[in-house]
Design a protein around this ligand. Structure first.
Ligand code: ARG
Length: 550
């Protein structure tokens, strides 16, 4: 960029538009070329003559080594040593923005297992958390737990009727899932069970002691189990305020909307009529007096605006909830909150399954833990075959296995649906997490062996592979910024694949360990070091760790 600007400065003196500057098709023709065809009017000469005249006028400087007319073109050759050095030695400066971004992500539903379906919200959210922080924002990660709602009533009834504490404590998540499935099966033949569930939930909403104690028990057991998964994935939050947190604020929220004359009564329920905006009504209280998901989201947004004074309030949630968010955001706008426009749904496509739909009610669930375990197991097997003497085998297998699953998810554009298949997730060939990690380990291995880093001559980095690798390194900043602007970790993931490919091409063609020219070796080794650091940093922004050896 800096170098391009130096050429622009020269052009400006002659009032030549900077847009004319091109990248020539082959490097013998310089790093930049100015075609002189359109300058005839200005100079009243043939293009060849103009090129010659400009060559005489423009003097090379510290940044531009040579300026040469070639037919109707004026070619610029950069000072390669300086140019390459700038790239290799550039320090990534963290920006500082003053703005706060609230990021609502992960949000598992209490009493339900952490299924593979929650991987998307958790890991897309986690990557955005890190990427936005790197871009200098103050980010508040909120885990808006699904810890309130009629499902609690159902579980309480099921537990009272069929459950016992001993079995619950042995394996809480599987046991609660079993009870939940049983409830729905029984309710098919006996619809009155639904009423029982509602009664229990009403008891909870009315502050009944026994119901409250059950709620606490089920929540505590679920959270303990989620924490294990979060720890494994290195995911953290600044706030765990879930749906239950807003319970005391719901009445005030409904009152506030009533005062603004937004609330209508419809068949006993309280609704915000959104017909004018082509949206179905936003229900804020059901006819039995209980509140729902939307009421809690309204309260949550109002709370966040006060508590954090956010510049943006982002929701990383499945695209199937986009109507819900349109209703909530519209209601906030009608209520006159100027920040309603800063509430944004960051949708992601649905995770489908090769053998049909997952359903907690039917007990068809793929536990995330199980997916991670399988991936790690497969990696361990490969390590035992290929590199049995590897240090910290267990730890490396864990890092690579998790990277396989997470990178598979993150490398897809989030708005696309993805289909979970064991084969695809565990495929370690191609544009995958293990491939990137392997590339990083390969770079680390070169650095362990090659000690020569003194007096690098960066001008000697001139093969197409070296140039491509240098170029890829300069693109990191841009990929990071695009990822942040579009809230898309996939942009960074795709960049990482391109960088890894450029490095592997370089690795094939440009030896570091056998090359005799010392100042070239030194330059290559420094380039390898820079590449390794860039891969590691980009991976860490995606929430992944990179082992030094694998
Ligand atoms: N727990 C919900 C679910 O799994 C997602 C919550 C999203 N966040 C929000 N503020 N509504 O479907």
């Amino acid at each position: 960029m800096l170098f391009q600007e130096k050429i622009h400065e020269l052009l400006k003196k002659e009032k030549i538009p900077a847009e004319l500057l091109q990248a020539p098709p082959n490097p013998e023709m310089g790093d930049y070329a100015l075609p002189c065809f359109t300058l005839g009017k200005q100079y009243k000469k043939a293009p060849q003559e103009i090129a010659k005249q400009l060559q005489a006028k423009f003097k090379p400087n510290k940044f531009i080594e040579k300026i040469e007319a070639n037919g109707p073109y004026l070619n610029f050759y950069l000072n390669k040593a300086l140019y390459n050095k700038e790239i290799i030695e550039a320090r990534h400066k963290k920006k500082t923005q003053k703005e706060t971004i609230v990021l609502d992500f992960s949000q598992p539903n209490i009493m339900k297992p952490f299924s593979i379906a929650h991987l998307r919200s958790t890991m897309i959210g986690n990557a955005l958390y890190k990427i936005l922080k790197q871009e200098g924002y103050k980010v508040i990660g909120v885990n808006h737990l699904g810890d309130w709602g009629t499902q609690f009533g159902k579980m309480m009834y099921a537990y009272e009727t069929w459950g016992n504490k001993e079995d619950l404590m042995k394996d809480p998540m599987h046991y609660m899932t079993k009870l939940y499935v049983k409830f729905h099966k029984e309710a098919e033949n006996n619809p009155s069970l639904e009423d029982k569930g509602r009664e229990w939930f009403a008891r909870l909403e009315n502050g009944d002691k026994k119901a409250k104690a059950y709620w606490e028990l089920f929540s505590k057991l679920s959270l303990k189990y989620y924490e294990k998964t979060y720890k494994r994935l290195h995911v953290t939050f600044d706030s765990w305020a879930g749906e239950a947190f807003y319970e005391p604020q719901l009445k005030g929220t409904i009152d506030l909307l009533q005062k603004k004359h937004l609330v209508e009564k419809s068949e006993g329920a309280l609704i915000i009529n959104l017909e004018k905006y082509n949206l179905p009504p936003c229900i804020i209280q059901k006819s039995d007096g209980s509140t729902i998901y939307a009421t809690r989201d309204l309260a949550a947004a109002i709370y966040r605006a006060k508590a954090y004074k956010f510049a943006k309030n982002l929701y990383v949630v499945d695209v199937r909830q986009s109507l819900h968010f349109q209703q909530v955001f519209k209601t906030l706008e009608l209520a006159g909150f100027p920040w309603a426009k800063d509430c944004i749904h960051i949708p992601f496509g649905t995770m489908n399954f090769e053998d049909g739909v997952m359903s907690t009610r039917k007990g068809i669930i793929i536990f995330l833990e199980e997916v991670l375990d399988k991936a790690v197991e497969r990696v361990e097997k490969i390590i035992n075959e290929k590199n049995p003497k590897l240090k910290d085998k267990k730890k490396v297998a864990e890092q690579v296995g998790i990277a396989a699953v997470v990178f598979w998810d993150l490398s897809h554009d989030r708005v696309k649906d993805i289909t979970f298949s064991w084969d695809k997730v565990l495929d370690f060939n191609g544009e995958t997490g293990p491939y990137i990690l392997y590339t990083h380990a390969r770079a680390a291995s070169i650095l362990r062996k090659a000690k020569q880093t003194k007096n690098p001559n960066y001008a000697k980095l001139s093969t197409p592979q070296e140039k491509e690798l240098l170029k890829q390194i300069t693109l990191f900043e841009e990929a990071l910024q695009k990822s942040a602007d579009q809230y898309k970790p996939s942009i960074l993931a795709k960049y990482l694949v391109a960088l890894a490919q450029a490095f592997n091409d370089f690795y094939e063609k440009c030896p570091c360990l056998t090359e005799q020219d010392k100042s070239l070796v030194a330059a290559r080794v420094v380039l390898v070091k820079k590449t390794k650091e860039t891969i590691k940093q980009a991976l860490s922004l995606l929430g992944l760790e990179a082992p030094e050896e694998m």
